[in-house]
Structures are given as C-alpha cells and as structure tokens.
Design a protein. Structure first.
Length: 420
C-alpha cells in the first residue's frame, strides 16, 4: 500500500499507515464520517486530478474536456435520479461552500434567513455569529419547543417568519436526532414568499436510500448536501434544484465563477461512483440498517438511565448528556473513549451551560459501523462498551479489557473494499 509514498516520503507514509491501523482497529462513531469503497478511493486518486476544468460540461474555459464532461454529466444525472431533482450542481468542494453559494444565489446583502439555532442542533453555516455570513445576511433562528421530545415550535417559527419576512426558510441540522416536518417548513416558507431549502448534509444517504423522507416531495425548492457522511462518498458538496430552471442557473453562476474556480474533477469522478453505488438496491438496505442500529444503541442508553436530547433518535445519530447523567464532560468522554478505540465527538446539548470545547454532551452515530457490517446486536454491544468505559473510567484494567473487546469486534467486521 502506498509504495510510491513509502519510497519518496517516509514521514507522510508513516502517518498514513498509522491512520490505516487506527481505522482498522477502532470503531468510528462520528455521525459525519463513513468509509468509502475502494472504487471511490480509486476515482478520488485518479488522473483527473491533473485536469483543470473551469466551467460546466460543454462550456469549459480550457480545452481537452472530453472525458471531464462525461464524468461530470454522469455525476449530475445520477444525483438527479437519486433525489428526484431536475437540476444538480456537483462542483461545490464541500458542504459549507455549497451553502455559501446557495445563499449568494438567492439573497441580496441584508436579506434574512430563518434557520435552526446552533445550540439546538443547527450548523455553523446556518447563521452562527462566528461566521462571516452574519456580516452579510441577517439570520434569525428557531428552536425546539420541547428538548425532551425534539418537537420544533412550528407556531413560533410561523410567527417569526411573518414578522421577519425571510427570503430563505432553512431546514437541516448537524446535531438534531429527529426527522423534521417538511410539509410545515414548506408551508411556512411559501406563505411568506421564501425559498424552502434543506441542508441534508447529515442525512442525504438516508434520503437517497429511502429510509427518511425526501424534502422535494413536500415542496422544497433546493437541497444542499455533502457527499460523504451517510451518502458514503468522497468529501465534497452538491446543490440540487427540484424543478426551477432559472433558480438552477443562478446557483450554477454562484458556484462558478462566483465562489470557486476549477472544480476538483477527481472528486467529481468519485462522487459519480458513489452515486452509482447509492442507486443499487443494497444501499436502501444499508440506509434502513443505519436507523435500526441507532435504535439499538438508543435502547441501551435508555435502559442504563443516560439522558438523550430529544429522548432518543429517529435518524442516524444520538446526542447524549453524559455530564448530567454520568458526571463526565463531553471532552473527557471523547478522550476516554478514544483510548478504548471508540471515536466520537464532544458536542453541546440544547441550552448547554458548559463551554463549547468542554460541553455536556457527546454525539455519535451508526453510518460507519453499519458500513462495516455491524447489526443491532453488535451496536448494542458497542453501546454497552461505551457506558462501561465511562462508568469505570478510573479502572485501568477494565478499560484495557474494553479496548481488547473493541479490537476483536473490529477484526470480526473489517472495513470492506466494496459494498454488496
């Protein structure tokens, strides 16, 4: 593996081999991470990395685009088929640039966006004050009505929309474990003359696999998303338009030349391959198993008395209040579980009183371990290991035994080269 890097750059080679071992011998529970197939990796490291392809298929600024056009059209056609969209832009380098391009396609400086509050599960690009977006646009927020159930206060959302007159009503999240009522979002948006936009970065694969609802079926205008996470592709972004051609043209112009130069064609090839995988019947089985595995982990946490924000999960992720339940902060839990081979991330819970870098919660999910082939039984076992480690954190011998059990589970379920 990596013979040319090994010969040319031993320092980088050693780091890559260390990461190879870490992934092989540990369980990845960060809900925004997954494993890709060898086919996706081959496409991502292909000769298309050599090619500059500013513009769009048939309208490039450089010559020699015969095969780049073929690849990008394959990616666009497969993306449209997956999500029931009429238009697709597969050039965004990541999810955040996709959101930025979407904002500038639809808004003028000073216009208003109504999005989910970060503290209740939203994303930085949905209007958190630390982002530059807030210097250009006006962001107002909605929250959960009931943190214990995850119910969104749609009545308040409607009142805010009527008062603030947003140009975009934005659904989507990064740490919210429930499914949204897309019909209500769409109704509220269109009542005030706003676009209904879904940031599906976390659940795009679950939508494509028909395990969760498709916002386009409820009148949404646009979906932005990443192509990794549950979609199980390369790191990248995408913007889908349901049917409005004029809107799609605005988005294309915003992506290029508005914010990006040449697209990363090797990544677009990898996106095409991953979309092809997601169109296979096996992907729907995978998406359903992701949800079933999350419910299995939820059952363990509930039985052992650990508080979960929204009371559990309807998706691929769980947000647990480990500080309130176990007396260990999110940062401490993340580091401790990393030692036993279980990788997840610290995360603020709704209305957290602790600091963002040492919050009360942890966020974890099942996309990557489901890719490895773990089922409900094994996921329940992983949840037990997590809680055993947190409860016995002062017992070095117990932690060593948990680490060994994680290694054994990883050996039983190696990272696959291809998906069937």
């Amino acid at each position: 593996m990596f013979p040319f890097i090994e010969a040319q750059d031993p320092e980088v080679f050693d780091a890559l081999m260390g990461e190879e071992k870490r992934q092989a011998e540990g369980l990845e529970l960060i809900p925004s991470e997954n494993y890709v197939s060898k086919a996706v990796r081959e496409a991502n490291s292909s000769n298309l990395t050599n090619k500059y392809s500013e513009g769009y298929p048939g309208k490039r600024y450089y010559g020699g685009q015969t095969y780049t056009d073929i690849v990008e059209n394959i990616a666009r056609d497969r993306a449209k088929k997956l999500f029931g969209a009429k238009y697709a832009n597969v050039q965004p380098h990541a999810g955040a640039p996709a959101n930025v391009a979407m904002y500038f396609a639809l808004l003028e400086p000073g216009d208003t966006v109504l999005g989910m509050d970060l503290s209740h599960g939203g994303h930085l690009t949905h209007g958190h004050p630390v982002t530059y977006l807030t210097k250009v646009f006006n962001f107002v927020r909605y929250k959960m009505k009931n943190v214990e159930t995850g119910e969104i206060d749609y009545d308040e959302m409607r009142e805010v929309a009527r008062r603030e007159k947003p140009k975009i009503v934005l659904a989507g999240y990064s740490a919210y474990p429930r499914e949204l009522d897309y019909e209500k979002f769409s109704e509220i948006a269109h009542e005030v003359g706003a676009y209904a936009v879904m940031d599906a970065a976390h659940i795009a694969g679950l939508i494509a696999g028909k395990a969760m609802k498709n916002p386009f079926e409820y009148g949404f205008d646009i979906i932005t998303t990443t192509t990794h996470k549950t979609l199980r592709g390369p790191r990248g972004g995408m913007i889908l338009t349901r049917e409005d051609e004029a809107l799609a043209k605005k988005i294309d112009k915003s992506v290029f030349p508005g914010f990006q130069g040449g697209p990363i064609m090797n990544a677009i090839a990898a996106k095409a391959v991953c979309f092809g995988e997601a169109l296979q019947p096996s992907f729907s089985r995978y998406a359903a198993q992701v949800l079933a595995n999350a419910k299995a982990m939820e059952a363990v946490f509930a039985r052992r008395g650990v508080r979960m924000i929204t009371g559990g999960t309807s998706s691929h992720l769980i947000l647990a209040d480990v500080y309130g339940s176990l007396g260990v902060s999110g940062d401490e839990a993340e580091k401790l579980l990393d030692e036993v081979g279980i990788t997840l991330n610290k995360n603020a819970i709704a209305d957290d009183t602790r600091k963002p870098m040492d919050p009360s919660g942890i966020r974890f999910g099942t996309p990557a371990i489901t890719t490895r082939g773990l089922g409900q039984k094994e996921c329940a076992q992983v949840a037990e290991c997590m809680l055993d480690a947190l409860e016995k954190r002062a017992d070095g011998r117990a932690l060593g035994e948990i680490r060994e059990s994680v290694r054994e589970l990883c050996a039983e379920f190696p990272i696959p080269d291809a998906f069937v």
